[in-house]
Design a protein around this ligand. Structure first.
Ligand SMILES: NC(=O)c1ccc[n+]([C@@H]2O[C@H](COP(=O)([O-])OP(=O)(O)OC[C@H]3O[C@@H](n4cnc5c(N)ncnc54)[C@H](OP(=O)(O)O)[C@@H]3O)[C@@H](O)[C@H]2O)c1
Length: 353
């Protein structure tokens, strides 16, 4: 028997454990999930599960959905001649104990899951990377930070390719989130090139944590928007709080050059009808296709790896890994995250077995 944590799609705070058994067909492989990361990004997958098809990756019973995660798994049964028991892969996994995949385009680097229900979904989510058979502690940082860093690395290059919309400062909301910190790191490490100031907006309780990162030139709370200098600005939004965005826009007026909408951490405060100007949603997988085409897969991967390694090294100083030992124990943490009860210095790793 295998277990998954399933979420009620019309009442996100309700979850239950679903038990089922997996039987392999010819060409399929069974992966036993060892560990996966849980951050607000996974909560957002649930919040936009309907509009952005995140419920389609790992189908569940009627009315319920399984939240996707990033983590590591090992092959425990194989009906595919090119994959063997013991092979390990990093990739996109359900909040569960097992995943059955239909490997295709297999190489020494990994494979693509060609299961029919996944073929229309963005390719970056269907790709599994082969990793060492030996698990390591570093892998936990990779599960937590790799997908978030990728987004911010790409957003940095998106802003750069638009000459930072002629701004003098970049404002990041939910500045304590790991994705925002990754963008702040990219901006700080390249500040001599672009010259923009880096402003972090966060909740009052998280100001000290954000300051400690030293990636931001100024850190302010959400009620201090009016102290931001009124000059050419790009806002990169990880929070999705329309009131905050409107207050930035009203304060900066024509100096609000662009708003790059990335996240929805504060998901209950988003008003789709808020009259935001120069605002555009940033979907990392779409920009990734352009970036890889422009630089070539090899050089693009090498540049991302170099930057990510350094970020992860630095992040280890401010993220404390906390383990959650079962899907049952994940339920209260998930609900806390949904309700914004989060300590940004924690990095959660779930061991579902
Ligand atoms: N578009 C894309 O391709 C893409 C890719 C990756 C991530 N993202 C998005 O980036 C955002 C950040 O994700 P993450 O995993 O880096 O987050 P995280 O590290 O778990 O962020 C924690 C922080 O988010 C804020 N927060 C979380 N839940 C909240 C709630 N319910 N109400 C109010 N504030 C809340 C708080 O920050 P403050 O106090 O600082 O506000 C909190 O300290 C997510 O919305 C994620 O979906 C988007």
């Amino acid at each position: 028997m295998s277990k998954s944590l399933v979420i009620n799609r019309s009442q996100l705070s309700e979850s239950e454990i679903h038990r089922f058994s997996n039987t392999l067909q010819e060409g399929q492989v069974l992966l036993q999930i060892e560990s996966f990361a849980m951050t607000s990004n996974n909560v957002t997958y649930a919040v936009v599960g309907e509009q952005m098809s995140y419920w389609k990756f790992f189908p569940a019973k009627e009315g319920f959905g399984i939240i996707p995660t990033w983590g590591f798994a090992t092959v425990t049964e194989s009906q595919h001649e090119q994959l063997s028991v013991g092979d390990r892969f990093y990739g996109y996994y359900p909040m569960g104990q097992q995943l059955v995949v239909q490997p295709d385009r297999i190489s020494e680097f990994g494979f693509i899951d060609s299961a029919e229900h996944r073929t229309s979904l963005p390719p970056v989510y269907n790709s599994y990377t082969k990793v060492s058979p030996q698990a390591s502690d570093e892998e936990h940082y990779m599960s937590i930070l790799r997908p978030l860093f990728m987004t911010s690395y790409l957003n940095y290059h998106f802003l750069k390719s638009n000459d930072f919309f002629t701004a003098n400062q970049i404002i990041l909301t939910s500045a304590s989130s790991k994705t925002a910190l990754a963008l702040a790191y990219m901006l700080k490490s390249n500040q001599l090139d672009h010259g923009n100031k880096i402003i972090g907006l966060t909740s009052t309780k998280n100001i000290d944590f954000v300051k400690k990162s030293s990636y931001y030139d100024h850190v302010l709370s959400y009620d201090q928007v009016n102290s931001i200098e009124n000059e050419g600005s790009v806002t990169v939004d990880f929070a999705g709080n329309s009131k905050t965005l409107l207050s930035i826009q009203n304060h900066l007026s024509n100096n609000s050059k662009f708003m790059s909408m990335i996240g929805l951490t504060d998901w209950t405060s988003m008003d789709q009808s808020a009259p935001l100007k120069n605002a555009k949603f940033f979907f990392a997988p779409d920009f990734a296709v352009k970036y890889y085409k422009q630089h070539g897969a090899g050089p693009a991967n090498a540049m991302i790896q170099d930057n990510m390694k350094e970020f992860i090294k630095q992040a280890a100083a401010w993220i404390e890994i906390e383990f959650i030992d079962s899907l049952e124990a994940l339920q209260p943490t998930y609900v806390n995250m949904l309700n914004g009860k989060i300590d940004p210095s924690k990095g959660y790793i779930v061991k579902p077995n």
